[in-house]
Design a protein around this ligand. Structure first.
Ligand SMILES: Nc1nc2c(c(=O)[nH]1)N[C@H]1C(S)=C(S)[C@@H](COP(=O)(O)OP(=O)(O)OC[C@H]3O[C@@H](n4cnc5c(N)ncnc54)[C@H](O)[C@@H]3O)O[C@H]1N2
Ligand code: MOO
Ligand code: MG
Length: 429
């Protein structure tokens, strides 16, 4: 008799998966290789930035007090006793009536407490000496970039688990991280199942289709920050599939299969899980697409049995696999980032299960607007290219109209949500 599957709520399904999520190992990588990785420890400032008082302009460093009486009618002259560019130190004490020609970024010489921009000065030579005059007074502190004004020593600037963007790279370099501690990328294996599958280079034949899911997931895995390992496509042959799954499991942190999780004659994933002694965490979720999404664990190793239908496979990855990857990368907010948006068009279909509509979110007049990105069926591949979000329509609702406020989950955001699954309620105007 056909096995009866009882659907569970999405939040409950995610919770069951996350029980097996673990933080990954740490490795050191060269800073030039660290962009796009996740830092594995808090990065604290071991020095002030800037580390010394410095000039923000090309000009002259002076003692402000010497300029006190300067005016257009009574210009004050300073003897220029030296020149320093950034990277050099003027190592004498500047005396009354003296100035040092200074370039942007150079340390303020001892004795000086103001910088006058070059444009406000006039130079001349007399008696083999160089002078410059100014026509106004400058208060102490004028044009000084103070030590520690940007960063104070001891400040935690980047938290463990942060995505390394170009700004983080700048901080890593500032604090001397030639080698950066990052989380090791988890290795996620991919196996596509189905006798109908052809690879992209193969010519179509009657009844066959091209395997899009594997390539879609390789990209999703990379986008999530992990390393993808592709084990190819398998025909619907139980013994072959069992061996392939066992071999792949030995080489990866998690394994994703696509296809074969429903109740069809050639849907072998349930039998495969049984054969390898895996414990099925769930095999039916109250969601569309992807109601057949199955997750199992074997000695703590997660096996994601994602649907063969492309949209269902895509959604299954983003909801269940991605947070496991993010957790391995140290994220405290491993789930898709949830935001409110206005629905861009009517969506009249009923939602017996919670629906994840592949959508395009745009910012219009300062507000998020979400519009379905195309053909809305589990089997659809065309709506995925433009999808940067899922519209979430809770189960038991119907008849959404344009303008209603709905929840969206953002797909291309690196911040995430700590837990987006509470309080997704039917929308209101
Ligand atoms: N009697 C029932 N039939 C189905 C049920 C059900 O509950 N009772 N569930 C339906 C739902 S919902 C979905 S989703 C699919 C899930 O199917 P499987 O995960 O078992 O996947 P397959 O049967 O292998 O394939 C389904 C569909 O997807 C195409 N496919 C498969 N792999 C790929 C790939 N790598 N790239 C592109 N497309 C792929 C495949 O050709 C099929 O058309 O089951 C429903 N049926
Ligand atoms: O698992 Mo299916 O995707 O609900 O159509
Ligand atoms: Mg099937």
């Amino acid at each position: 008799m056909l096995e009866k599957r009882t659907p569970i709520a999405v939040g409950e399904a995610v919770k069951r998966v996350m029980q097996y999520a673990t933080e990954g190992k740490v490795e050191q990588v060269d800073i030039t290789e660290s962009y796009g990785r996740y830092v594995a420890e808090d990065i604290a400032a071991d020095q002030d930035v800037p580390a010394f008082d410095r000039s923000p302009y090309d000009g002259f460093a002076i003692r402000a007090i010497d300029s006190a009486v300067a005016s257009a009618e009574n210009p004050v002259a300073f003897e220029v006793v030296g020149t320093i560019g950034a990277g050099f130190v003027f190592d004498e004490l500047v005396e009354p009536g003296q100035a040092v020609r200074i370039m942007t970024g150079a340390p303020i010489p001892a004795g000086c407490d103001a910088v006058v921009m070059l444009e406000l000065t006039k130079g001349y030579e007399a008696d083999d000496k160089t002078y410059m005059t100014i026509k106004r007074a400058f208060a102490a502190g004028t044009n000084i970039s103070y030590r520690g004004e940007d960063v104070k020593q001891g400040a935690v600037l980047v938290k463990k688990g942060t995505y390394i963007n170009p700004g983080v790279s700048a901080l890593l370099a500032t604090f001397g991280y030639a080698q950066v501690p990052v989380f090791v990328k988890p290795v996620i294996g991919v196996i596509a199942t189905g006798s109908e599958l052809l690879e992209p280079h193969e010519a179509l034949a009657p009844g066959k289709i091209r395997n899009s899911n594997a390539y879609m997931m390789l990209a999703q895995i990379e986008r999530a920050g992990a390393t993808a390992k592709y084990y190819g496509k398998l025909s619907d042959d139980l013994a072959v599939c069992i061996e392939a799954v066992k071999k792949a499991m030995a080489e990866v942190d998690c394994l994703i299969t696509t296809g074969g999780v429903s109740v069809g004659d050639f849907d072998y994933l349930p039998a495969i899980y049984e054969a390898i002694g895996a414990d099925v965490l769930f095999n039916k979720v109250a969601q569309r697409p992807g109601s057949v999404t199955t997750v199992a664990q074997c000695d703590g190793q997660l096996l994601f049995g994602l649907s063969g239908n492309p949209s269902a496979c895509y959604v299954g990855f983003e909801l269940y696999t991605k947070p496991v990857i993010k957790a391995a990368l140290g994220s405290q907010a491993p789930h898709l980032r949830r935001e409110k948006a206005a629905l861009g068009v009517d969506f009249k279909k009923p939602n017996p299960f919670t629906r994840f509509v592949r959508s395009t979110v745009t910012v219009t007049d300062g507000k998020l607007v979400a519009t379905p990105s195309g053909f809305d069926k589990s089997s659809a591949v065309s709506s995925l290219a433009d999808a940067n979000a899922f519209i979430v329509l809770p189960g038991g609702t119907r008849g959404y109209e344009a303008g209603m406020q709905i929840d969206v989950l953002l797909l291309e955001d690196t911040n995430g949500s700590a837990w987006p699954w509470d309080n997704i309620v039917p929308s209101y105007r």
